[in-house]
Design a binder for this molecule. Structure first.
Ligand code: DP6
Length: 348
C-alpha cells in the first residue's frame, strides 16, 4: 500500500490585463497577464494513503488547522475535476491541510494561491504513485492546466514573475488551456516591481468571482471587453519587453477601470469600489503629476488598491503611502509585496 506526504507553497498573483468572462469550460474570453507575488501565498500539505475501495478518493480538509465548510466544498469540487485528469488518485485517501500567509479577512483573492498549491500537490502525488517522473516543463504545464479548471487565475500562479494565460499572436506557445511564463522577455525594470496592497476594506466579497463571470454572459459589453483585453495583452507584453512603464501604466489603469465598468454594467449591477478607493486614486494621480514618478495602480474584484512600482522609487513610494494613503486603509492595513519566483515544493 503506497503512502506519502507532499507540500507546496504557491503565491497569489495580480492581473494587469484581466480575465473576466469565460468561454466554454473554464476558458478565458480574452488572454490575461499577471505578476506573481512573493509574500501572499498558500501552503498546502497533503498526506496520501492507498485504500482498499477505490471508486472515489476520500478526503479531510483543514484550513489553519480547523474545519472550514466553504473551502472544503470548493476542494471537493476541485478533486472531482482532478480525478478525471489524474485517475490514479481515486485509490487514495487524502488528508489536506491548507493555510494562507495573509489574513483571511484581508480581502485578497485566495483562490489563485490555494487552487494552484492544491493542483501542484495533486500532480506531485500523481508522479509519486505512478512512478513516472515528468520533465519539469510538462509537470508545470499539467499543474497550470489543472489549476485553471479549478480557478482561472490559479493557472497563472503556477509560474513566477510575469505570466500570460490565453492565446495571443505575439507569444507562440500561448494557450487558453494553461499559462505560460513570459519573464524571460521582460525588461529588467519590471523584474524589480513591488506591489503595495492597500486594504481599503477586508470584508468578504458580496459577489463571488463565479457569479460575476456568469453575469458577463449577458453583459452587452462582453465582446468589446474581450476584444480590448486581447489588444491590451499585445500592447502590455510589448511594454514589458521594452521597459516602457508609461504604456504599462496606461494599460494597467485602463484595465482596472474597465473591469469595474463590467461590474457596473452587469444585470444586476454590483459596485465594489468604496469612497476610499476613489480617494486613493485621486491622491495617486496628484502625486504622479507633482512628482513625475512612474507608478500605477490596479484593482481586483474588490475595493483594495494594488500599487505597482519599481525598486528605483521604493523609498519615495513607501514614504508617500505612510504619509498620504494609510489613512484611507482599514485599520491602516497594507501589505508590502513584490514580484516573486513562483511556487516552491516544501515537503516531499
Ligand atoms: C478579477 O480566477 O477567481 O481576479 O475561474 O471563476 O475561479 P474563476 O475566477 P477567478 O477570476 C479572477 C478575476 C480577477 C481577474 C484576474 O485575476 O485575471
Amino acid at each position: 500500500m503506497k503512502s506519502g506526504i507532499t507540500a507546496w507553497r504557491s503565491p497569489s498573483n495580480i492581473a494587469l490585463v484581466k480575465y473576466w468572462g469565460k468561454k466554454g469550460f473554464q476558458l478565458p474570453g480574452n488572454p490575461s497577464v499577471s505578476m506573481t507575488l512573493t509574500h501572499s501565498y498558500t501552503e498546502t500539505t497533503i498526506e496520501y494513503s492507498q485504500k482498499a475501495d477505490s471508486e472515489k478518493p476520500s478526503f479531510n480538509f483543514l484550513f489553519h488547522g480547523e474545519k472550514n465548510i466553504t473551502f472544503e466544498r470548493r476542494t471537493g469540487i476541485f478533486l472531482e475535476i482532478a480525478l478525471k485528469e489524474l485517475p490514479a488518485l481515486k485509490h487514495f485517501h487524502l488528508d489536506i491541510e491548507s493555510s494562507n500567509s495573509f489574513p483571511h479577512s484581508a480581502g485578497i483573492a485566495s483562490s489563485a494561491s490555494s487552487i494552484s498549491s492544491l493542483a501542484l500537490c495533486l500532480c506531485q502525488i500523481n508522479q509519486q504513485v505512478s512512478g513516472i517522473i515528468e520533465d519539469e516543463e510538462i509537470f508545470y504545464r499539467k499543474a497550470s492546466r489543472l489549476a485553471r479548471m479549478g480557478s482561472g487565475s490559479a493557472s497563472r500562479s503556477v509560474y513566477g514573475g510575469w505570466v500570460l494565460w490565453g492565446e495571443t499572436p505575439v507569444i507562440s506557445n500561448s494557450s487558453n488551456d494553461y499559462a505560460f511564463p513570459i519573464s524571460d522577455y521582460a525588461n529588467k525594470v519590471f523584474n524589480t516591481y513591488y506591489d503595495a496592497i492597500l486594504i481599503v476594506n477586508s470584508g468578504v466579497k458580496q459577489v463571488t468571482s463565479s457569479e460575476g463571470h456568469k453575469l458577463m454572459e449577458s453583459n452587452p459589453f462582453r465582446e468589446i471587453k474581450f476584444l480590448s483585453g486581447s489588444q491590451n495583452v499585445i500592447e502590455l507584453i510589448d511594454a514589458i519587453k521594452n521597459g516602457n512603464e508609461k504604456v504599462f501604466r496606461n494599460i494597467a489603469e485602463y484595465e482596472a477601470m474597465s473591469l469595474h465598468a463590467m461590474f457596473l454594467t452587469s444585470n444586476p449591477y454590483f459596485v465594489l469600489l468604496k469612497p476610499e478607493t476613489l480617494q486613493i486614486i485621486d491622491r495617486l494621480n496628484k502625486f504622479r503629476n507633482e512628482s513625475g514618478l512612474e507608478f500605477c495602480f490596479t484593482l481586483d474584484a474588490g475595493p483594495n488598491i494594488h500599487l505597482l512600482y519599481s525598486e528605483s522609487i521604493r523609498e519615495r513610494m513607501i514614504a508617500f503611502i505612510r504619509s498620504d494613503l494609510i489613512f484611507f486603509c482599514e485599520k491602516g492595513m497594507w501589505i508590502d509585496d513584490r514580484i516573486g519566483k513562483g511556487p516552491e515544493l516544501i515537503q516531499n
